[in-house]
Design a protein around this ligand. Structure first.
Ligand code: SF4
Ligand code: SF4
Length: 359
């Protein structure tokens, strides 16, 4: 395993870390196997979140006795002081720890939210107070809009930034953000390195990311073998062969023209508050049959789902990729609804699937 500095935190984190989002697709035993394998392979950075369903609980049960062997990061989407305290206490309890190495403001995806977070009585000031008490060591921010994350980074307030980057989704803004963070001693944590499952060859995807000055990349993993293979990439030469580049370019060329890039520009305008990009992300993953069960499991928790679309069309005017969102939502709903009994094309029925919906 190779290690890189997590910006000004000074923490030396494994360049391949563990993204714990998909853990709820496993039972306790399965989660314990993959997490302990990750630590055995030298991964020393585990990233989870309050909103990843049972993820924190599974991490806590599986590896709390090895707490000294890894840095622990979690995150919360709440912004008010009382809610943050409540979430923090819950996370501490589930993760069976008394402190976090990194606590991140999760899912900051709009100017308004960033402004709110940075306001004098906002979430950042609350976290700073908590940091003074020694419950959290460092403060980070996560989001999906590289331009917005750049604004956040430039405030100088955050120790880390977590955002998406992959060979398929590598807008210049994301690459600029990685470079800015590197030059300004801010740790950059890469999420979605496999572009939501579009890249099947994790090895070449991770190698490409590790060519950049990121601190760590955190693929979601649900199989012991995936963990071992991903950890091994850390020690490789990160250059890509012509064949690997051709394969990755082939994926881009073959990508559905309706591939949702999850920029979320459409979200603020939806009067029904439908999480369009999130639903289309599940839909994209569910095009791989093995991902259908877990995609349905996540979808069924959405009280406002694609069926709430009134076809007003406001979102389509915002989509930079001109996606036919209304039609896509209809297709998504047909595929993702009815987790009990709906037969997918490959005959999978079990919502307790074992594949990652959020790589
Ligand atoms: S068309 Fe549907 S998803 Fe788009 S903004 Fe209107 S209600 Fe929301
Ligand atoms: S539907 Fe379009 S605007 Fe909405 S998240 Fe996807 S790519 Fe972005």
């Amino acid at each position: 395993m190779k290690f890189r500095k997590l910006g000004r935190t000074g923490l030396e984190v494994s360049c391949v870390g563990f993204g714990a989002l998909p853990l709820p697709g496993l039972d306790e035993e399965g989660a314990s196997v993959v997490l302990n394998t990750a630590l055995d392979c030298g991964m020393n950075f585990i990233d989870t979140a309050r909103s990843y369903r049972e993820s924190e609980e599974l991490v806590g049960k599986a590896v709390h006795e090895r707490r000294g062997e890894f840095y622990l990061a979690t995150k919360a989407r709440t912004r008010r002081e009382d809610q943050i305290m409540e979430e923090l206490e819950t996370s501490l309890g589930f993760l069976k720890t008394d402190r976090f190495d990194l606590y991140q403001l999760h899912f900051v995806n709009s100017e308004d939210d960033l402004e709110d977070v940075l306001s004098c009585d906002g979430a950042l000031s609350v976290l700073k107070k908590i940091r003074e008490k020694g419950i959290i060591d460092h403060i980070g921010i996560t989001g999906h809009d590289p331009d917005l994350l750049m604004k956040a980074a430039k405030t100088g307030e955050f120790d880390t930034v977590q955002g998406a980057l992959s060979y398929i989704e590598k807008p210049q803004a994301a690459l600029d953000l990685v470079e800015y963070c590197s030059q300004n001693d801010i740790g950059f944590i890469v999420q979605k390195p496999l572009a939501g499952g579009a890249i099947v060859n994790a090895r070449s995807a991770l190698k490409w990311i590790l060519q950049h000055p990121v601190s760590t990349v955190i693929p979601g993993m649900m199989l012991k073998n995936q963990v071992i293979k991903n950890a091994a990439v850390a020690d490789e030469d990160y250059s890509l062969t012509g064949r690997e580049i051709d394969e990755l370019d082939g994926i881009i060329a073959g990508l559905d023209k309706d591939f949702c890039r999850r920029c979320y520009y459409c979200h603020p305008v939806c009067p029904e508050n439908i999480r369009i990009g999130v639903i289309l992300e599940f839909f994209g993953k569910a095009r791989f049959p093995e991902n259908i069960p877990v995609g349905r499991r996540w979808y069924r928790d959405y009280k406002i789902n694609a069926s709430n679309c009134t076809e007003c069309g406001l979102c389509m005017a915002e989509c930079p990729y001109e996606l036919p969102i209304i039609d896509l939502l209809k297709e998504a709903h047909v595929l993702l609804k009815d987790p009990q009994g709906h037969q997918d094309p490959q005959g999978h029925q079990d919502p307790q699937g074992h594949q990652d919906p959020a790589k």
